[in-house]
Design a binder for this molecule. Structure first.
Ligand code: DGL
Length: 275
């Protein structure tokens, strides 16, 4: 069994800022863990790119984190989890946790009427990542999937409770209401930011699944089960790396995490490619 250094950081990567929704969950669930976050802000979005490009980028992102001696990698990006998780697991001998299996498992557990909806980027939906995973867990569940690409720029713009957001969300979500789903997977890093609007439209009876939350629980279980939680009594350190626009990232991250970001560094894409 591979030796894992308890005090080594947890690595998290995403195509950009969206993975902060996952980082926030990890920070609140595992406050003593050190974290290294990489956001590929120079090459975002991943959700509209080809599978081969996303796999190439995901390998570079993971390699960057491995070079930082992380003990586990969280693929916070749903698109990268959909497309690249198998390639990453084949290539690296380190625990790697993506978003799809945890989100799908939680949805299967929560759904009572066996009608589950999935929303995500074009890539996540076209690759049927969630629906195939759900089918392996429970073949009786009927699944409706829809790409909601406008939710990403809306969330980045901070229009979380804007009237335009509500109208776009109604357009996207009406078919899920018509299909009487009781569970909706938020299959993209950005969608938890719009959860309030989505919940209002879907109604209180529909359970929203935040895959980042589900994945964080798995990370906690994994570390606990292997006895490799950081048992230091100090609050963990959080280092952030991005491939472009570090100041913009810092402002958004501080607002979103509600704490100062002391370590933020820009990494040239050429360095990622050479690694
Ligand atoms: N992080 C991506 C995801 O969760 C959304 C943004 C992008 O398209 O890169 O699928």
């Amino acid at each position: 069994m591979q030796f894992i250094n308890k005090t080594a950081p947890i690595g998290i990567f995403d195509s950009g800022i969206g993975g902060l929704t996952v980082a926030k969950r990890i920070i609140s669930m595992l406050p003593n863990e050190n974290i290294v976050y990489f956001g590929d802000t120079a090459r975002v979005p991943y959700g509209s790119k080809s599978n081969s490009t996303v796999i190439e980028y995901a390998i570079q992102d993971a390699q960057f984190l491995i070079n930082k001696n992380v003990k586990l990698i969280i693929v916070a990006c749903n698109t990268a989890s959909s497309v690249a998780l198998d390639s990453l697991k084949r290539k690296y001998n380190i625990p790697i946790i993506g978003m799809i299996e945890p989100g799908a498992s939680l949805a299967v557990k929560k759904s009572k009427n066996k009608r589950v909806g999935v929303i995500g980027t074009n890539s996540t939906i076209n690759n049927k990542a969630y629906s195939e995973q759900i089918k392996t867990l429970d073949a009786e569940i009927s699944i409706i999937e829809k790409a909601c690409p406008l939710f990403v720029p809306i969330a980045e713009e901070g229009w979380l409770n804007h009237e335009a957001t509500r109208l776009i969300a109604i357009e996207y979500l009406q078919e899920f209401i018509d299909a009487e789903i009781d569970t909706l997977i938020l299959g993209c890093t950005h969608y938890p930011l719009l959860a309030e609007t989505i919940q209002n439209i879907m109604g209180e009876k529909v359970t929203l699944i935040d895959s980042g939350y589900a994945a964080s629980l798995q990370v906690e279980n994994y570390l606990e089960g292997r006895g490799v939680r950081n048992d230091s009594h100090q609050v963990g350190t959080h280092q952030f790396y991005v491939s472009d626009l570090p100041n913009k990232f810092k402002t958004i991250a501080e607002r979103f995490l509600g704490s100062k970001v002391n370590h933020i560094e820009k990494i040239d894409v050429e360095i990622l490619i050479k690694n």
